[in-house]
Design a protein around this ligand. Structure first.
Ligand SMILES: [Cu+2]
Length: 169
């Protein structure tokens, strides 16, 4: 089972870079540092490919999925989530323990600048409880992520029976 695609990516070895490349990178980093001292760094959270898995009307819980991307120049940390449609929204992670799938709540989800975190079936997700309307395929529901700095980022989540096919690029 795959939990985090990023952790499986091969790391770039320092030995594969030549000295000139390193120097260029260092000069560039210094320029960036000088620039960021002028403008204050800020994280910017984008919520993409947002969807909620349709479940039978009797279901006690539903799960919301999305790709969370930080295109800002500082880390963002999500503290919690909310929605007018659900009585309770929390950030969960599914983990395999001795072959048994279990969920636990995440208190604070950090995303580094330029990084993205996938909320996907079998991994991290938004746990949605106490639905106030029928959650059927095609319904669009707004969920709001609340950052630790107080900012709120909302997105429209489409209810779908399965992972919606990616939009054409
Ligand atoms: Cu959960």
């Amino acid at each position: 089972m795959r939990f985090d695609m990023r952790s499986n990516l091969p790391r770039v070895s320092g030995r594969s870079e030549n000295n000139q490349g390193n120097r260029c990178a260092w000069v560039f980093a210094s320029l960036l540092a000088a620039m960021t001292m002028q403008a204050s760094a800020a994280g910017h959270l984008l919520i993409e490919h947002a969807w909620i898995r349709e479940a039978p009307p009797s279901a006690m819980m539903l799960a919301g999925y999305a790709v969370l991307r930080n295109d800002g120049d500082a880390a963002v940390e999500i503290s919690t989530a909310q929605s007018k449609v659900f009585g309770d929204v929390s950030i969960h992670e599914t983990v395999l323990e001795n072959g048994v799938s279990r969920m636990h709540e995440l208190h604070g989800l950090q995303i580094a600048p330029g990084a993205e975190v996938a909320l996907a079936p079998g991994g991290k997700h938004l746990m949605l409880m106490d639905a106030k309307i029928p959650v059927v395929a095609g319904t669009v529901i707004e969920l709001t992520l609340i950052l630790t700095d107080g900012r709120k980022v909302s997105a429209a989540f489409i209810v779908s029976a399965d992972t919606p096919s990616p939009a054409a690029h």
